[in-house]
Design a protein around this ligand. Structure first.
Ligand SMILES: [Zn+2]
Ligand SMILES: [Zn+2]
Length: 278
C-alpha cells in the first residue's frame, strides 16, 4: 500500500509522484493523554537542492520527449487492439532534460535524512494514524511529494490500563481497611492524586468510578473516567501477636452476619452433598 503502486495508474503526472512513507512512533500513555510535539527523523528522497527538483542543470530547460511527443505514453497496434504503455524514454513525464543535473542524475531528488516535528493531539490511541501531507518521498523531477503517515503505538503502562476513554487502576487495599472502611490516595494520569473513599465491607474486585479522571478524548475537551478496582490484600508475614489477634477475631465472628458470601456458598455445598446422598 505504501509503495509507488499507491499512486499507480492515472495521469503521467501521478506516476511520477513520490511514494507515501510510513513511520512507527512509540508513545507513553501519559503522552497519549497530554498530546505532544514529536521530533522524528527518517531517511527518504527529498528534492535535490542543486536543481531545486527540476532534474536539469541550471539554465537547461526540459524539452518534450521525442519518443512519445510529450504524451508520456506510447501506443502501438497489436491485432485489433491499440496498446498504450508508459513511455520508457521519459518514464511517463512527457519531457526529457537536455542537461541532467549531475548530483541527482536528473531525477530531481536525493536521499537525505529528514527532521520533522509532528503534532500528536491529546487523546490518541493505539493504531491512530497521523497524516502529514507532502512530507513523504519527493516526486520525480518536481512531481508532487507523497504523504507521511505516523502510526502510533501506545506502550503499556505500569499502573494504568486504558479502556477506551476510561482508565482502569487496580489498587491493593489492606484487608482491615476493606473491612472497616477508610480513604486511600491514588495517582491519576494527569500527574496528580485523587482521594477515594473505601466504604465499610469493600470486597475484592469492587470498583469505584472517579468521574472525569480518565483519558482525554480526541478532538474534544472531555475526559473519560478512572475506575479503581479494589485488590484486597491478605496480610502476610504475621507476628505472633498479630496471628493471635486474628485467631481471636475468628473465634468471635462465625456466622452469616460477617461472611454472607461464605455462608451462602457453604449452604449450596450442603445442598450438593445432600442431593448426592439421596
Ligand atoms: Zn538535481
Ligand atoms: Zn516520452
Amino acid at each position: 500500500m505504501f509503495g509507488n503502486a499507491f499512486h499507480g495508474g492515472g495521469s503521467a503526472q501521478a506516476s511520477q509522484a513520490g511514494a507515501d512513507v510510513r513511520y512507527n512512533l512509540d508513545i507513553s500513555l501519559e503522552e497519549a493523554y497530554r498530546g505532544k510535539t514529536a521530533k522524528i527523523k527518517f531517511t527518504t528522497l527529498v528534492s535535490c537542492t542543486s536543481c531545486k527538483g527540476s532534474g536539469g542543470e541550471a539554465g537547461s530547460r526540459p524539452t518534450n520527449c521525442t519518443a512519445c511527443y510529450g504524451r508520456g505514453k506510447t501506443r502501438y497496434q497489436q491485432g485489433f487492439f491499440t496498446i498504450e504503455r508508459t513511455c520508457a524514454t521519459c518514464g511517463g513525464a512527457g519531457q526529457t532534460i537536455s542537461k541532467p543535473c549531475r548530483p541527482c542524475n536528473g531525477s530531481g531528488r536525493a536521499r537525505k535524512e529528514k527532521n520533522l516535528e509532528v503534532k500528536i493531539p491529546a487523546g490518541v490511541d493505539e493504531g491512530t494514524r497521523i497524516r502529514v501531507t507532502h512530507e513523504g518521498e519527493a516526486g520525480l523531477r518536481g512531481a508532487p511529494s507523497g504523504d507521511l503517515y505516523v502510526f502510533l503505538n501506545v506502550k503499556p503502562h505500569n499502573l494504568f490500563k486504558r479502556q477506551g476513554a476510561d482508565i482502569l487502576c487496580k489498587v491493593p487495599i489492606q484487608m482491615v481497611v476493606a473491612a472497616i472502611g477508610g480513604e486511600i490516595e491514588v495517582p491519576t494520569i494527569d500527574g496528580s492524586q485523587a482521594n477515594v473513599k473505601i466504604p465499610v465491607g469493600t470486597q475484592a474486585g469492587q470498583q469505584f468510578r472517579l468521574k472525569g479522571k480518565g483519558m482525554s478524548v480526541l478532538r474534544t475537551t472531555g475526559r473519560g473516567d478512572m475506575i479503581i478496582e479494589a485488590k484486597v490484600e491478605t496480610p502476610v508475614s504475621l507476628s505472633k501477636k498479630q496471628r493471635e489477634l486474628l485467631e481471636e477475631f475468628a473465634q468471635l465472628g462465625k456466622g452469616e452476619k460477617n461472611s454472607p458470601e461464605s455462608q451462602g456458598f457453604f449452604a449450596k455445598v450442603k445442598v450438593f452433598f445432600d442431593d448426592i446422598g439421596k
